[in-house]
Design a protein around this ligand. Structure first.
Ligand code: FES
Ligand SMILES: [Fe+2]
Length: 453
């Protein structure tokens, strides 16, 4: 972004409204790549996706294609997928297991840790050719929290801990209090795409206002099931099916730093699947010990939620979403084309039948033949198309502004259907987008110098 095209984000994002240009301007998309995805912390993958030596998955950090691979020493490496010779991608498969990466162009071969193992006919490079200078490029900063691997392409900046802040507690809940190597992310991957801007999926994932309307058919099916198969769990929680239409007992929360969550007062999938917890307690001794530990840490009820289907519904800014038991990554590809990956998780220490229940409840709403994804994607494309009607360009995010309050933790909270989450996301977006980066400052300075000269 140079001095001439600098965007005034204050004119685009107000407390209660957002200008639709944020979804349609290619210059803003390019600026997002630099400031949000290449400078800040971005989730890349979970260590449970690559449990064995040589396991790899292709990932992206903003526009950068990345290989996430477990090397010979057991460490997870993040390597740029670009041969150091003349730039061909060295890995073509989305995932798999390899002993090395061999470039298909001239055969330069790299070890799992990215170092250059060898080149064909090396004599022609002469004596001074240093193999160790030509390994695959490593991502400058990589940090892991409970197996959640985040990276930043900037060599300097805040720590991952500072970035996560309060949202780290939601990762704890999501992890079901399992150790890092007990979270399995190998049950397959559900990937879909839509022709609209990436931020629409991020906002939507934390939108407690839309489900009854957008997902009307799913809600009707759940209601029918609750009425015909009442669960004792609902009795205990004082659950009233009729209150679902206004968000039940749930609340929306601003965790700070653009991280937000919807905190449900009940679990809507229970009646579809029954209660697996007695199975854990009866079959799995380890499970019983974990139940006691969890109950001591967060209370029996919240712990039980965590075991059934994950305990949280959280956005880790900018694009990692934890819902139920799956990790979801919203990957911007271009201004109006986005890919979304859903990775369901299982826990190593749970009885297989409980993990099965977890997966079936995930599929009911989030699977490829389910209710959720297709409904939402259709809406994103309608918004992208309608952004052309910019005679009146503002989208309104004011719902519930008049009754925002602080909870006992000091977090800003509101009703489930309020737009606290949307306002918090946009506040952080504007903050990051108005931060000066070293690169943009340098470009502006040299541009100004050029104009003077
Ligand atoms: S481009 Fe990879 S070996 Fe030549
Ligand atoms: Fe939805």
């Amino acid at each position: 972004m140079n001095g001439r095209t600098r965007i005034d984000y204050d004119t685009l994002v107000k407390t209660d409204r957002v200008h639709s240009r944020v979804y349609t301007d290619p210059a803003i998309f390019a600026d997002e790549m630099e400031k949000i995805f290449h400078r800040g912390w971005v989730f890349v993958g979970h260590s449970g996706e690559v449990p064995n030596t040589g396991d790899f998955r292709l990932k992206r950090i903003g526009s950068q294609p990345i290989i996430m691979v477990r090397d010979q020493s057991g460490k997870v490496q993040l390597l740029l997928n670009r041969c150091r010779h003349r730039g061909a991608a060295v890995c073509q498969y989305d995932q798999g297991n390899l002993r090395s990466f061999k470039c298909a162009y001239h055969g330069w071969t790299y070890k799992l840790d990215g170092s250059l193992a060898g080149v064909p006919y090396p004599e022609a490079y002469g004596e001074d050719f240093q193999r160790d200078e030509f390994g695959l490029t490593k991502v400058p900063r990589v940090e892991s929290y409970r197996g959640f691997i985040f990276a930043s392409l900037s060599p300097a900046g805040i720590t991952l801990k500072e970035h996560l802040g309060r949202s780290a507690q939601e990762i704890d809940l999501f992890a079901g209090f399992s150790d890092e190597d007990e979270i399995e992310v190998v049950s397959g991957l559900h990937k879909y795409n839509f022709n609209a801007n990436w931020k629409l999926a991020v906002e939507n994932s934390m939108d407690g206002y839309h489900p009854n309307v957008t997902h009307e058919s799913f809600v009707a099916a759940v209601m029918e099931r609750i009425k015909s198969h009442p669960s004792p769990e609902h009795g205990k929680a004082g659950f009233n099916p009729d209150s679902f239409s206004t968000g039940g007992g749930g609340i929306s929360k601003d965790l700070g730093g653009g991280h937000v969550m919807l905190d449900y007062g009940f679990r809507i999938y229970d009646p579809l699947n029954g209660d697996p917890l007695p199975t854990v307690r009866a079959i799995n001794q380890r499970g019983e010990a974990h139940m006691a530990e969890i109950a001591a840490r967060v209370g029996a009820e919240r712990g039980a939620d965590g075991l059934r289907e994950g305990a949280t519904h959280t956005l880790i800014f900018p694009n990692l979403i934890l819902i139920g038991l799956h990790l979801r990554v919203v990957q911007p590809v271009s201004l109006d084309y986005t890919e979304v990956c859903l990775y369901p998780t299982t826990l190593k220490w749970l009885a297989p039948e409980v993990n099965e229940v977890r997966l079936r409840s995930h599929e009911a709403f989030f699977g490829s033949g389910s209710f959720g994804g297709p409904d939402d994607s259709e809406i994103f494309e309608r918004i992208q198309t309608a952004a052309a009607a910019d005679l009146e360009p503002w989208n309104i995010i004011s719902r519930g502004m008049n009754h925002e309050r602080r909870d006992e933790e000091g977090l800003l909270v509101g009703a489930m259907t309020d737009e606290i989450t949307q306002r918090a996301i946009w506040r952080q977006w504007k903050k990051v987008m108005t931060q000066e980066t070293g690169a943009s400052a340098r470009k502006r300075a040299s541009h100004a110098a050029g104009e003077r000269g």
